[in-house]
Ligand binder design. Sequence first.
Ligand SMILES: Nc1ncnc2c1ncn2[C@@H]1O[C@H](COP(=O)(O)OP(=O)(O)OP(=O)(O)O)[C@@H](O)[C@H]1O
Ligand SMILES: [Mg+2]
Length: 287
Amino acid sequence: MALERLPILELKNLCKTYELKGHRAVDALKAVHLELYPGECLGIVGESGSGKSTLARCITHLERVNSGQIQYRQQDITRLNGKLLRQQRKQIQMVFQEPSAIFNPRMKIGAFIREPLINYKIMKGQKAEQEVLRLLERVGLSAATADKYPHELSGGEQQRAVIARAIGVEPDIILFDEATSALDVSIQQQILDLLVELRKETGISSIFISHDLAVVQQVSDRIAVMYQGEVVEVVESSRLTSSANHPYTRSLMSSVLSVREMRYRMQGQRQKQEREQAEIFQESLSG
Ligand SMILES: Nc1ncnc2c1ncn2[C@@H]1O[C@H](COP(=O)(O)OP(=O)(O)OP(=O)(O)O)[C@@H](O)[C@H]1O
Ligand SMILES: [Mg+2]
């Protein structure tokens, strides 16, 4: 009999409420329960405001949950801070929608990818240099990219560099939050293909968040459908069309928000918030 696999990440009854002065409190997560298994890609889909990013931010401790538990390899990591949190961040990497938010405009791409290797004392010197070239190749970038500045790269190339930096520390889990949503359709497809390939090679578990069900379906084994802070359904990706029961899932299947609409919704305050949080997250890699 096959051994029962234990989840690498387990979310138990996660609740997150945002309280803003003079506004009604928003229950962004209402008792979310999810499991991520080793090597799996779990997709998360739902309309704008359904709580997808909040979930990712809680898992990576960019936000604190109000209640519930986050278990990583059967250990409670819900209230980690300080040094332990920094170590944990190495294990759970995050790739955001806007790569430009996390680059230092004066740091060349090679140094950007090398930085976490040095800070987490994974390698240094010549070895780290070689590793950077290997990582660049792995994400489909030329060796010459190491010597370029972020502004010299296209959006797709920037996102590849971010992915190279994330896989460099050999994390257990990578969270992708709308990581391809800002890219043109053909470039988006190339990045999705890269993610599928990398997963085959590395076996890293991942959570792939998008408002676009068709995109999520391409990369995920299972898909969790979020609606107003709740996971309303978890479906096997391959059986989505035949087994989706929840009416909301069905409506998502027929009406996917356009990229343009998505971009429009991301403008302003929320985009600023995402940029700030991307910076906080990257600080842990920058030492
Ligand atoms: N910092 C915050 N302060 C107050 N409310 C917030 C904050 N961040 C998110 N919210 C609210 O929490 C809810 C969930 O937002 P969240 O960003 O998680 O949604 P999302 O599913 O990622 O949406 P999108 O697809 O647009 O990225 C929304 O109602 C949002 O307005
Ligand atoms: Mg979001």
